[in-house]
Ligand binder design. Sequence first.
Ligand SMILES: *Cc1c(COP(=O)(O)O)cnc(C)c1O
Length: 431
Amino acid sequence: MKTELSEKLFQRASTLFPGGVNSPVRAFKGVGGTPRFIARGRGAHLIDVDGNDLVDYVLSWGPMIAGHCHPEVMREVQDAMKDGASFGAPSPKEIVLGELVRERAPWIEKMRFCSSGTEATTAAIRVARGFTGRDDLVKFDGCYHGAGDPLLVKAGSGVETLGLPDSPGVPADVARHTLTAPYNDLPALERLFAAKGRDIAAVIIEPVVGNMGVIVPGPGYLQGIHDLCKRHGALFIVDEVMTGFRLGAGGACGLYGLRPDLVTFGKVIGGGLPVGAFGGRAEVMDRVAPAGPIYQAGTLSGNPMAMAAGTATLRLMTPAAYQLLETRAASLAEGLAAAAAAAEVPVQVNRVGSMLTVFFSSTPVFDAASARQASGRRFAAFFHTLLLNGVYFPPSQFEAAFLSTAHTEADLEQTLRAARAGFAAAAKLEA
Ligand SMILES: *Cc1c(COP(=O)(O)O)cnc(C)c1O
């Protein structure tokens, strides 16, 4: 497989951008080697600059749920562009997407659009602090909520892959207001609330974790958190940046019957263009400026092209589309588990809907500590074998692979053929 042009571009990029990339997980730090430069995407495939055709399970880290260049999404965005790229004044497309969001997730009584998941979580935390008059925040070890200061504590994938526990540049005074607890451990959270409950403004969580690899919440765990929040006067923030409109029309909240105070969105809600959103109970959201005193703003918020891409993408995601994703993802997960078993490599295939991770571990993975037991060496061998066989998996053991409605049976067959070779390569290495 030719990689000459990617290598040349990476050299040039490395003189321009730290580590050669504009977001850390794009570099192949966790698996070694040179990242592929992508020339274009079509459906479930990427074509890199050397002309290699790759089945894409990264999907821009989630947003491309309908595949690349879906004709309806392209048409809506192109039409929007003809009317002007941005106005900095209200425009009708914001209402169309907003109503669609509220129709699918009625617990979002009011919302605000912004331009990224990071903006959404940063704002949601400010709102929770402003609403409760408290400063402390609880997050879970291994959950990632964007690159905002208060959230870069025990923050999963990017940091996990690089082996950095925290980020320099986050003031200790900020980090000390971020309390952490292990995921899937309600008693630990109970103890935290017992000790600090009066200072806790909010608990934020990835309802299904994607950012330390896929980790499934135990039965009753998420509702248990909400109950604890209510008892102690803290807000419950469900970060659906990855799961929103991916795990179903109502996201993880729909799947698990949650009615949180605040929800954050990103990724799929923009269909590949920069969109984020935060929303929830009207009583809370009405404290946001200009209705209330808690400030939040954005020059490009509600951008018409981005709204058009999000609207077109959500409209494509019908119940039948979610059913298709579920069927395909289940069959992929089963196929991967069977291929690993045949190669005698112990793995845990964690999956919810169209998000899955193959952990190279012989014991169940249910939190950050158990995820860290997985073998990065075996994963790297698996990853590179897949890539050489035309399958682009996320370049880190601690990330979710995603399916789109554009993945075909033939794509899955190719993936499983590559995976058989990948597990055989991994089997040759010590764990
Ligand atoms: C990706 C992600 C974010 C950050 O979103 P950006 O658009 O990259 O800023 C926040 N929370 C979760 C759960 C994510 O997966």
